[in-house]
Design a binder for this molecule. Structure first.
Ligand code: BES
Ligand code: MN
Ligand code: MN
Length: 464
């Protein structure tokens, strides 16, 4: 054992054990831990328990279920490498709903392997990726006989609903969560076969807006043309949030957007972006966005605004001649450094107050928010991670951005002052949040290997 270089030992151990790894993951994926649906509350508790039980054979010093007012988190720690650095692993065990269920080729909670992919809700986002960390820990213990570094792990149950209680857990357990680096596997690789570290992640500011124009709906013949219609007023407000050339038309909105250096933009241009593949991944949707920025720049270094849903008036079959008195919409901004969700809220409020027609009541509610994250890429852990990924995948690793958000990332890096390493093994075509979510088995194996190699390297070089 001592004479085999770890890369070989890890590789063959993972090859040998991968069927069991997948069988175990399949059991965890059976639990429908949909955090947004109240009927599944008990499944989240079961899901946390299942994880805690699965950690026991890895001999942590502590495994605990941390209750919250909504869904529990699981904590574990291994303090078995005195003097060595500590990595805090973060992930989430909650998943998104499965609707429309009829579009799944196999049942979402019965994980199924087809064509080198594991299909299930949570297969990549994020149970499958959390499982990779567990199996990396097992690989290290079995191949080296010990853990080369200290580890803590927090797997929460509320990521998909905005991580509301996580910051509270952090305050309560700040000592337990101290670490030199935070490692998160909950993002995508740039392309199949291209190992990636996400170094810029967008934040989120999600709102619901409700307009009321009258105390009740009206006959559109008796009143149409003489009174304001809430649906028309809302449509105008929403349409005016963008300029014709794709910018967000809220005064001051771009003030805090950090200019990105020409060197950083050049680095993005070196990535093998394929417009045709992008269009396919985007389900054929036409291009949209700010002039002067490429699609990757629009996704990674520029903010965006999307209307996520609109409701007003008559929705049934056939027609009904009515003037709706109420109209509402859900809308969300993706934010980039150095934007602040609270400031975006006040800018939006001021904008809407100016734009809202007189006599209409406007209500704005914040649903989620999270700050954007930029990684301190000069810290040694980023080059070590690149090296580990390259050894496992046989291809150089790239730094990428991510248009999606994990609100916790900034909270934890601000709270600890430590870098967050986003080592993601999902794929853009992996159908996260959609029917037929899948995890590449190739990424599963190579991901476990990269994580094990990284932790081994951190133990050997002990960078601070
Ligand atoms: N794992 C995702 C973040 C992500 C999104 C990674 C897209 C890679 C690609 C995370 O679970 C997620 O879905 N985040 C939500 C935010 C949350 C507050 C609902 C998102 O980005 O919409
Ligand atoms: Mn996720
Ligand atoms: Mn998600």
């Amino acid at each position: 054992m001592l004479h085999t270089p770890p890369v070989e030992a890890f590789h063959s151990f993972i090859e040998r054990e991968q069927r069991r790894f997948l069988a175990e993951l399949t059991e965890w994926l059976r639990i429908p831990s949909i955090s947004s649906l109240p009927d599944h509350k008990n499944d989240l508790a079961r899901c946390a328990q299942h994880l805690a039980q699965s950690l026991a054979p890895l001999h942590p010093d502590r495994v605990e279920i941390w209750p919250t007012p909504r869904h529990p988190a699981v904590f574990a720690s291994w303090n078995q490498a005195p003097g060595q650095p500590t990595v805090l692993i973060y992930g989430h065990h909650d998943v998104q709903p499965v609707d429309p269920i009829s579009e799944w080729a196999s049942p979402p909670f019965e994980a199924t392997v087809r064509d080198g992919r594991l299909y299930a809700r949570g297969a990549t986002d994020d149970k499958g990726q959390v499982w990779m960390h567990l199996k990396a820990i097992e690989t290290l213990q079995r191949c080296l006989g010990r853990l080369p570094i200290n580890l803590s792990l927090i797997v929460e149950g509320e990521e998909e609903v905005g991580s509301e209680n996580l910051i509270g857990l952090f305050r309560e357990h700040s000592k337990d969560l101290e670490a030199d680096v935070v490692c998160v596997s909950d993002t995508d690789m740039f392309q199949p076969g291209v190992p990636s570290i996400c170094v810029m992640m967008r934040g989120l500011a999600y709102f619901e807006i409700r307009l009321q124009s009258a105390s009740g709906d009206l006959h559109s013949g008796s009143f149409g043309g003489a009174v304001l219609n809430a649906a028309t007023a809302l449509s105008r407000l929403l349409a005016e949030l963008h300029t014709r050339d794709g910018r967000i038309a809220i005064q001051g909105f771009y003030d805090d957007v950090r200019a990105v250096s020409e060197a950083e933009r050049a680095a993005i241009r070196t990535l093998p972006f394929d417009a045709h593949i992008f269009r396919q991944q985007a389900a054929g949707a036409p291009d949209f966005g700010e002039q002067g920025f490429s699609p990757l720049e629009r996704l990674w270094i520029r903010p965006s605004l999307d209307i996520n849903g609109i409701t007003a008036g008559f929705q049934g079959p056939g027609s009904k001649t009515v003037i709706p008195s109420v109209a509402s919409a859900k809308l969300s901004f993706r934010l980039v450094a150095d934007q602040d969700p609270a400031r975006v809220e006040s800018l939006l409020r001021a904008h809407l107050a100016r734009a809202c027609p007189e006599g209409v009541q406007l209500e704005l509610t914040t649903l989620h928010s999270g700050f954007p994250y930029r990684a301190p890429v000069d810290k040694p852990v980023f080059s070590l991670a690149k090296k580990a990924l390259e050894r496992a995948f046989g291809r150089p690793a790239v730094f990428v951005g991510e248009g999606g958000s994990i609100p916790f990332i900034r909270q934890i890096s601000d709270a600890t002052g430590k870098p967050c390493l986003l080592l993601g093994f999902g794929l853009p075509e992996g159908n996260a949040h959609a029917p037929n979510e899948w995890l590449s088995l190739d990424n599963f194996r190579k991901g476990i290997e990269s994580i094990a190699l990284l932790y081994e390297e951190l133990g050997r070089t002990n960078p601070r």
